[in-house]
Design a protein around this ligand. Structure first.
Ligand code: SF4
Ligand code: SF4
Length: 341
């Protein structure tokens, strides 16, 4: 068996029990009978990394079977969840002790519940996290999508995750077919950027190289918020792919309309789909994609592939600048009027 290199994301459902303000997928759920089944999961290729996401993946009762099948072909699996279905999550982690779990928490309690529209959502998510930590589950983390409403909770939430010994993953607002959104936007960019700046400094101060690279990712989020070109090329559809609940293989979740490389239910096997003319045409389209999105699914493979770019940024900020990062060093960030004197 050759070295596994592909990054895959399996969107197992568009059903969701939450009603987040930045994602309308709950308004347009998939029907269970249309969702990807085991016969198609079996056709997926060997992967270095697989992310299972939704919608809310734990809505699917057959998730344990899906995970079991994916472990046959993937070195590492991480599930993104809103953390609501505590019992199902705990049970699955007992069965698969190496499974990664990323719980999205959108701020401290009131903010999270306001953004997520899920009564008691924060308590449920937090309870799930706490239980996993108490169990000694090794691969647990928070994820947060930063927007105007929750940016001030960014550093406090990072500190909470740090105290609990967890990974802290960030994202910001994107518009795409996947989120069914075209009007997500940050109003006070500078204020949001200042909170990212504080987080970046926290991360750079730590002694963990992994966190220094996360600092770079967060710098990329500021860059994205200001509408600049991506800091790294996007190789989605070459090194990485998504498959949606309808078995369409797509490059990513960032496009305005989905570009379909092929349907894995219809294709005889993975290689036929991946090497098809249709897949090649989509690859040509993504090569010049103007959307510049900055989401971990497309950035993580790029950070590994072009490691010298984040590596130099980390070296500069951690060692040459003494662990300090400032918005002012970025000429693309205009100082708001009230900050000028
Ligand atoms: S962001 Fe996640 S939790 Fe929120 S509605 Fe969308 S799929 Fe559900
Ligand atoms: S920049 Fe990359 S991840 Fe974003 S929409 Fe384009 S191809 Fe997809």
């Amino acid at each position: 068996m050759g070295k596994r290199t592909l990054y895959g994301t399996v969107i197992v459902t568009y059903r969701c029990n939450a009603k987040c303000n930045m994602c309308d997928c709950w308004k347009d759920p998939s029907r269970p009978e249309d969702e990807i089944q085991m016969d198609v999961i079996k056709k997926l290729p060997e992967m270095a990394f697989t992310n299972i996401t939704g919608g809310e993946p734990f809505i699917r009762k057959d998730l344990p079977e899906i995970v079991e099948e994916l472990y046959k072909k993937s070195d590492r699996i991480v599930i993104s969840t809103n953390g609501y279905f505590t019992d199902r999550i705990i049970e699955l982690c007992k069965k698969f002790p190496k499974l990664g779990i990323r719980i999205s928490i959108e701020g401290l309690e009131d903010t999270n519940n306001a953004i997520r529209g899920l009564p008691d959502g924060w308590n449920r998510g937090y309870q799930t996290l706490k239980t996993l930590v108490e169990m000694g589950h090794p691969d647990v983390g928070f994820g947060m999508t930063v927007q105007d409403m929750n940016c001030e909770d960014l550093v406090p939430l990072y500190k909470l995750s740090d105290e609990m010994g967890m990974e802290f993953a960030t994202a910001t607002l994107h518009n795409s077919f996947y989120f069914r959104k075209t009007d997500n936007k940050i109003d006070d960019k500078y204020h949001v950027a200042e909170n990212f700046e504080a987080l970046i400094n926290e991360l750079l101060r730590s002694s963990s190289p992994k966190k220094w690279f996360r600092a770079y990712f967060n710098h990329g989020l500021i860059n994205y918020i200001y509408g600049n070109p991506r800091l790294l090329p996007c190789d989605m559809s070459r090194d990485a792919f998504f498959i949606d609940p309808f078995c369409d293989v797509i490059p990513c979740n960032g496009m305005a309309q989905k570009a379909v490389m092929g349907n894995l239910k219809e294709a005889p096997d993975w290689d036929t789909l991946w090497n098809s003319e249709q897949a090649k045409a989509v690859r040509a389209q993504t090569r010049n994609c103007p959307r510049n999105c900055w989401m971990i699914g497309s950035v993580s493979p790029a950070m590994h592939k072009y490691i010298w770019v984040p590596g130099w940024w980390v070296f500069k900020h951690k060692f040459l600048k003494g662990g300090k990062y400032s918005l002012k060093e970025n000429s693309f960030i205009p100082l708001p009027e009230e900050k000028k004197e």
